[in-house]
Write a protein that binds this ligand. Structure first.
Ligand code: GRF
Length: 193
């Protein structure tokens, strides 16, 4: 039986789309629903075009996780992939899906993680600090958001002339190259200790 994935995304959704496409041809898992906290998130249109169910949950519905758990149960969800989801995941969801929620962060954690470090803020901080490399981190989600077990990192060189926008493009290319395969290996149990 293929495992069933819910993708949580708040915005553009390029990673979500990439994952949906990848798992269409996978024997390991399939992406069955995209959940967003924004009814106008670009990701929803893309997911619908790809024939994937979509649901929108408000911040309040997220904090009272019973609704969300019921929604995930209705879709028989085994694993949750956070792909640019900007709200905090409630503790009760983390407990219910312990070890089965993964996130991608656009830096080499623990560098440039934590409060306020999302989207362009990460790349601005990386450039401001004069870093010569950046990259991606795929990690398990715990209550301390950017601190769960790291499953995978990949790096990219930063040129002296790179702007935060340039770094963002390089990092996004790395995300697209690696994230679906890392998720697939994780679900297949290849990252187990
Ligand atoms: C990615 O850079 C990801 O690392 C971060 O949010 C961004 C989402 O981009 N968590 P997209 O919505 O997948 O295009």
């Amino acid at each position: 039986m293929r495992k069933r994935i819910a993708i949580f995304a708040s915005g553009r959704g390029s990673n979500a789309v990439n994952i949906i496409r990848h798992f269409r041809c996978s024997s390991v898992a399939e992406a069955v629903v995209v959940i967003s906290n924004r009814h106008d998130a670009e990701v929803l249109g893309h997911a619908r075009e790809l024939g994937v169910e979509c649901r929108v949950i408000s911040r309040d519905e997220l904090s009272d996780a019973r609704n969300l758990l019921a929604m995930l149960n209705a879709f028989h969800i085994d694993y949750i992939v956070l792909a640019g989801f900007l709200l905090r995941i409630p503790a009760c969801l983390i407990d219910s899906y312990e070890g089965r929620i993964v996130n991608i962060h656009p830096s080499l954690l623990p560098r440039f993680g934590g409060k306020g470090m999302y989207g362009r803020h990460v790349h601005e901080a990386v450039v401001a600090a004069g870093e010569r490399i950046s990259g991606i981190t795929v990690h398990l989600v715990t209550e301390r958001f950017d601190e769960g077990r790291i499953l995978f990192q990949a790096t990219v060189d930063i040129d002296k002339t790179d702007t935060p926008h340039d770094v963002a493009s390089k990092v996004l290319a790395l995300e697209h190259r690696h994230f679906p395969e890392v998720v697939e290996r994780w679900i297949a149990g290849e990252h187990d200790a």
